[in-house]
Write a protein that binds this ligand. Sequence first.
Ligand code: HSE
Length: 297
Amino acid sequence: DSVLVHAPATLSNLGCGFDVFGLALAAPYDTIRLRRTGAPGVRIRHLDAYNLPTDPARNVAGVALLALLAAVPEAVGFEMEITKGIKPGSGVGSSAASAAGAVVAANALLGNRFSQLELVEFAMAGEALASGARHADNVAPAIFGGFTVVRALEPATDIVALPAPTLWVAVVHPQIEIKTKDARQVLPAAVPLGLAVRQWANVAGLVAGFLTADYGLISRSLDDYIVEPARAPLIPGLAEARRRALAAGALGGGISGSGPSIFMLNRDEPTAHAVAAALGSVFAELGIEFNLYVGTV
Ligand code: HSE
């Protein structure tokens, strides 16, 4: 008796909403097959070529499952097969997808005894292993779907799930390595009030834009004045990529999560393809290998 789950890639931060906003994509996704076993603990098999650790204590999906098991000791054990459809380290929530998929599958096998919020808590244990910080802005959209706002993490997680209007996403993943841990170390410890005001004005504008499907408002509200300027030096070509994407018709975008991927939101599929080509052209000129992705939310 096993359960098969598709766990989607996600865009976290989504411009101005550092550690708060997340958006689930239709694809790519990780595939997780899970079955209960009489052997205590978690056994992991990877059916992909990424050589991720199979020791559950060192695997994000393993850590998430172990956190869930600690809350249901009578469940005894799980056997998990993971097929990564999302490239690790690409900045579209690869680790979060595996952690989220594992606990969603376990919940289905256990009669759905946990709420989605509780599943986010378990998945975050896995995510903390990957990034060195507890953040839910990738696991929340992976579990709830759509557009999510992580209003609070401590003491109690508070997540608002909102519908997203029709949007096409273009993502470029340049082959540069950026560890989330490192990308969090470059962030400013304090923010001038004027910048903070501009930022939370955008945060409010983006939420309103999503709720009313006001594409002009979405376009004007995406920019991040606080986190992206600090991280920009980690991604060569970022400014030029944005310039060309906007010229090709993108609504706006920025660094996906902590990078290195760059995302752009678009109104329709043809624009998203033109924007993806524009993003790719920058990295082709820089001689940096890249992958492109175009899809819906
Ligand atoms: N919100 C997190 C960050 C996402 O930007 O560091 C990391 O994937």
